[in-house]
Design a protein around this ligand. Structure first.
Ligand code: IPE
Ligand code: IPE
Ligand code: MG
Length: 234
């Protein structure tokens, strides 16, 4: 058993397409298997005492994919919400979304807002990053700051890390302690750029739909050995 457990785990759920292709299936079948993997992961997080799970489901760059895949993914998000809201409420999971909501189909954006409201009081959290880009998030924060400055509410010397951080999509969320990326890629792909400043990283070759309890335990074990100096020293 590991002793040091991360409070907030973020996952770049990558490899759904390759998982499907390897089975002669359509990419969308891989995304569906990815949703099942996410549900399993949510349970393991609860078991392990991880309070917040943030998952990268769709990036600002993913809009460039073929319409069939994009539309299929939007449908998958809607279905997930429709079918899982009750389960989230029963299990006491707060659901929220980070990303550019105005990019989403209006019906999806509306159902997201409804689940967020219904589950707002729960402590365990599932944060879905949809139409999310780390740069877009910082740009959106900058827009808010400029608007406030133009209205005479803030001066240049008022701007500090807390002021910027408070204008991100979910300002109350602590930074992720551990970021896991599956599928063998070792890059951030525009995920949580501001928030990952002192996150620990864990990479695995496992494709997201195959991500297992053993993979998660290995990530937690690796995390437990890390010395998070954060610029200081022992
Ligand atoms: C991750 O799987 C999910 C999304 C980006 C929506 P991919 O669809 O990127 O799968 P690969 O990387 O092509 O295998
Ligand atoms: C990152 O995966 C985004 C998500 C997992 C949602 P991508 O598959 O889009 O990233 P790249 O293209 O390999 O960098
Ligand atoms: Mg990918």
């Amino acid at each position: 058993m590991t002793t040091k457990i991360p409070n907030h785990v973020a996952v770049i759920m990558d490899g759904n397409g390759r998982w499907a292709l390897a089975r002669g299936k359509k990419r969308l079948a891989g995304h569906r298997a990815g949703v099942d993997a996410l549900e399993r992961m949510l349970g393991w997080c609860r078991d392990a005492g991880v309070k917040i799970l943030t998952v990268y489901a769709f990036s600002t760059e993913n809009w460039r994919r073929p319409a069939e895949e994009v539309n299929g993914l939007m449908k998958l998000f809607s279905t997930f919400i429709r079918l899982k809201t009750r389960k989230l409420m029963r299990e006491g999971v707060r659901f929220r979304v980070i990303g550019r909501r105005s990019d989403l189909p209006p019906a999806l954006a509306a159902s997201i807002a409804r689940v967020e409201e219904k589950t707002a009081s729960f402590e365990q959290q599932l944060v879905l990053a949809v139409s999310y880009g780390g740069r877009a998030e910082i740009v959106d924060a900058a827009r808010k700051l400029v608007a406030e400055a133009a209205a005479g509410q803030i001066r240049p010397e008022d701007v500090d890390e807390a002021l910027v951080g408070n204008r991100l999509y979910a300002p109350d969320l602590p930074d992720p302690d551990l970021i896991i990326r599956t599928s063998g890629e070792q890059r951030i792909s525009n995920f949580l750029l501001w928030e990952c400043a002192y996150s620990e990283f864990y990479f695995t070759d496992t494709l997201w739909p195959d991500f297992s309890r053993e993979d998660f335990d290995a990530a937690l074990a690796a995390y437990a050995t890390r010395d998070r100096r954060k610029g200081g020293h022992a």
